[in-house]
Design a protein around this ligand. Structure first.
Ligand SMILES: C[S@@+](CC[C@H](N)C(=O)[O-])C[C@H]1O[C@@H](n2cnc3c(N)ncnc32)[C@H](O)[C@@H]1O
Length: 460
């Protein structure tokens, strides 16, 4: 018979924090019952007020740190305790990297039953601030007034954006100027509960190497009021903005961008550079958010691929073709697949921009296209996958195994789905060789991981 949880909501308890949970929370056991506490650190003794009690665990609010961890530091951001954007600013950066590495090791052990894998120390940043090249700011109403900022952790309440430290300073300046202009223009903010009002999000994207900036207004409608006047003020105040887009999103949804874009000013895309390659990026295309670490991530992928120039490579979930083109310079042929049409259009344009012709890009679901490539007799030496957080569809992993590549490289932003997929891949004939975590998202609980798998010898 299952025991009743030993805690109640609102109860205050003392807890020893012994683990690090998925979202960067501290975890302790209270009478053998797991309690998750944001902003508590493994090794600490804390007092906690219980918020929610579920069947198998509870969550609590940190009331007091009774015995602090030596890794505890003062968060640099004044709204860290409220804003849901960062989870780890209270932990010294090198300790963040150790905890993230351990979370990858734990995921392999707990989910895949793999305990003997080599997980390298995390490759972190020298300067772990001001790294994000993209910000998506929700707009809402608070007591009749427009409010813009970031969501509080686990809610859609907005904490006003003042000065975000993981964005470059210029991004903060651009955002505040836009906020002033949209307030002056009396643009009706979106009300999520009522699905009424106009302006839902402002997305700001930076081409780090080109210096170009894109601003996307996401609206529950077709136009902004006095559009021409707003654009004229915006481009006057912010000459670095080279692309202004209106994105129409009339759905009652959490998905930020709607399907349709209209260019209000300048170009449809901005440009950025990785290594010596130039990329054109449109609003709907995925592009890694940390340009410094992207170079490290792609270099690692290339190293694991061990390319000599004669290989055929598949890059599944290829976005704007960045990994495909990065690797194509060292391979005979690269096939890329991606389901967002705008990203594939970017990928094809990027191949031309960089004069790379040994690539073939297909728009479609990777799990379907891989099967078609197998039927057509495509024989990759190397398969690279870089799926979204939910990981790979099993159909893709089965098709990959039938193709018998020598190496399978898994780039992942979610250790849990990575471990789940690696467990299946080991059953399908691959052996996990090495794992390299890379910190693409300092001060948040997220960690990127590159894994090298090779075909298990003597398997049929
Ligand atoms: C993590 S991003 C990786 C993009 C690219 N490799 C890069 O480094 O910029 C994942 C990509 O997978 C795409 N995607 C998601 N599900 C997919 C599917 N079932 N088939 C193909 N692409 C998919 C997304 O649109 C996104 O571009």
């Amino acid at each position: 018979m299952k025991q009743k949880p030993p805690v109640k909501a609102e109860e205050e308890i003392k807890l020893a924090i012994t683990g690090f949970g998925n979202h960067g929370t501290g975890v302790g056991k209270y009478k053998d019952f797991a309690v998750f506490v944001p902003q508590a650190i493994p090794g600490e003794q804390v007092s906690v007020k219980i918020n929610q009690v579920k069947k198998t665990y509870a969550t609590g609010q940190l009331i007091q740190v009774l015995k602090p961890s030596p890794t505890r530091v003062k968060p640099a951001c004044s709204i860290f305790a409220k804003c849901g954007g960062c989870q780890l600013q209270h932990i010294d950066y090198s300790a963040q990297l150790n905890l993230k590495r351990q979370s990858v090791i734990d995921a392999f052990e707990r989910i895949a039953g793999i305990s003997d894998v080599i997980v390298q120390p995390v490759k972190g940043m020298q300067e772990p601030w001001a790294y994000r090249n993209k910000v998506q700011v929700p707009i809402s109403v608070d007591r009749g007034k427009l409010i813009a900022g970031f969501y509080e952790a686990g809610s859609h309440r907005i904490v006003p954006l003042e000065h975000c430290l993981i964005q470059p300073e210029e991004s903060n300046v651009i955002f505040h100027t836009i906020q002033k202009l949209i307030k002056e223009a009396n643009i009706p903010p979106y009300n999520e509960q009522k699905h009424a009002g106009l302006l839902r999000h402002v997305m700001i994207r930076r081409g780090t190497y080109s210096g170009e900036w894109m601003v996307v207004f996401v609206v529950n409608g077709k136009h902004l009021p006095n559009e021409d006047k707003l654009i004229s003020h915006l481009t006057n105040d912010l000459p670095q903005v080279t692309s202004i887009i209106l994105n129409e999103n009339r759905k009652r949804t959490n998905v930020i961008l709607g399907a349709d874009n209209r260019v209000l000013y300048g170009e449809e895309t901005i440009h950025d550079q990785i290594d010596d390659l130039t990329f054109s990026i449109s609003p709907h295309s995925f592009f890694q958010v940390n340009p410094v670490q992207t170079e490290i991530l792609y270099k690692q992928t290339r190293e694991y691929a061990g390319l000599t120039g004669s290989e055929v490579v598949i890059d599944a979930y290829c976005g704007a073709g960045t990994i495909s083109l990065y690797l194509a310079r060292y391979a005979r042929k690269v096939y890329g697949v991606e389901m967002v049409p705008a990203a594939i259009a970017d990928a094809k344009r990027n191949a031309m921009l960089n004069h790379i012709d040994q690539v073939e890009f297909v728009c479609g679901k990777a799990e379907k296209v891989m099967g078609k490539w197998f039927d057509k007799g495509v024989e990759p030496d190397i398969i690279v996958v870089d799926p979204p957080r939910k990981g790979c569809d099993p159909a893709l992993l089965h098709a990959a195994s039938k193709m018998k590549p020598k190496r399978f490289i898994y780039v992942s932003c979610n250790p849990a789905t990575l471990a789940r997929d690696v467990a299946l891949l080991t059953k399908l004939g691959f052996t996990l060789q090495e794992v390299q975590p890379i910190d693409m998202f300092p001060h948040t609980s997220h960690i990127e991981t590159v894994c090298l798998m090779s075909r298990t010898e003597n398997m049929k």
